[in-house]
Design a binder for this molecule. Structure first.
Ligand SMILES: C[S@@+](CC[C@H](N)C(=O)[O-])C[C@H]1O[C@@H](n2cnc3c(N)ncnc32)[C@H](O)[C@@H]1O
Length: 287
């Protein structure tokens, strides 16, 4: 960004920063600068295309410059702007919480779809992170009683702020699924949902730099998937209502392994694919 200030326009910034990000191996370089520029100008991304000749003021450049610098170091866009949209919710994010993913939106959509006409359900989300899952559920189904737990204090703090920001009455408490006595939410629940950490530490190198360098390790990695899923199943066996449902997101590579765990525990379970046709979710009930 070394041109003279008055020379910068929307178009020249888009072109320059796209090249700059490309040279730094930033994923989706054009998308990155569009997002940051739209955020700076407080307009929609598409509206940039109607304003190519609009000059950028010195104040706008002062706002944009540190954001471009952070992105050039591979920091995720959502942490830079501080939020992401999740279905119907505006979710603030920071380095204490995983950035909600599109697959997880799909998990919520499956739940909403399958329980559309049911009122007054009780739902618990295990490993709630930003609180995106329970907040989105509560915003769509206001009669449901929805709560979330997480092992991370930082996540609980962020999730509570997000609930308040979205005017969603959801309670969040600290709890460790590997130590069920630490969970104060008693149930019984009609639905338990979880997107637990599911990347094995040995797979760290295949993750994008923006993921492994910025997102919280305890949200991403767990070495012993069998232990994690068995703990969830054990907790759910005690806390689900009769005919209650467990909805889980999983690593596509381990879907059959996880299905076998459910079978061993005498649960009936089915796999659903995500939009990329990868096995991504398990929907299970106790037999
Ligand atoms: C993959 S992230 C999911 C976050 C959020 N639900 C989402 O879908 O965006 C997993 C979450 O589980 C939490 N977690 C990890 N180990 C846990 C444990 N033993 N008990 C409870 N939560 C745990 C992490 O802190 C993290 O917030």
């Amino acid at each position: 960004m070394s041109k003279k200030v008055e020379e910068w326009t929307v178009l020249s910034m888009l072109e320059w920063a796209t090249d700059f990000f490309e040279n730094k191996d930033i994923p989706d370089p054009r998308h990155s600068i569009e997002w940051l520029l739209a955020e700076t100008l407080e307009i929609k991304r598409l509206d940039l295309y109607l304003k190519f000749d609009r000059p950028l003021s010195p104040q706008e450049l002062d706002t944009l410059r540190p954001m471009v610098k952070r992105r050039a170091q591979h920091e995720p866009l959502q942490y830079i702007v501080g939020y992401t949209d999740f279905i119907n919710a505006h979710i603030s994010v920071n380095e204490q919480v995983l950035i909600p993913r599109i697959e997880t939106e799909q998990l919520v959509e499956i739940i909403l779809d399958e329980h559309q006409s049911e009122e007054d359900l009780s739902v618990l989300d295990i490993g709630t992170g930003s609180g995106c899952i329970p907040i989105a559920l509560k915003m769509e189904q206001t009669s449901w009683e929805v709560s979330g737990i997480d092992i991370s204090e930082g996540a609980i703090h962020t999730a509570r702020n997000n609930a308040e920001q979205n005017d969603a009455d959801v309670s969040f408490t600290k709890g460790d699924i590997l130590n069920p006595n630490s969970i104060i939410e008693n149930g019984p629940f009609n639905i338990i949902v979880s997107n637990p950490p599911y990347v094995k530490p040995g797979e760290k190198d295949i993750l994008q730099q923006q993921v492994k360098d910025y997102e919280p390790a305890e949200a991403l990695f767990f070495g012993d998937l069998e232990k994690m899923y068995n703990s969830i199943i054990e907790f759910a066996s005690q806390k689900l209502t009769e005919n209650g449902y467990l909805y889980l997101e999983l690593h596509e590579k381990y879907s059959q392994e996880i299905l076998a765990i459910f079978d061993e525990q005498n649960w009936s379970a089915r796999i659903e694919n995500d939009y990329d046709k990868k096995p991504r979710f398990i929907i299970a009930q106790q037999r």
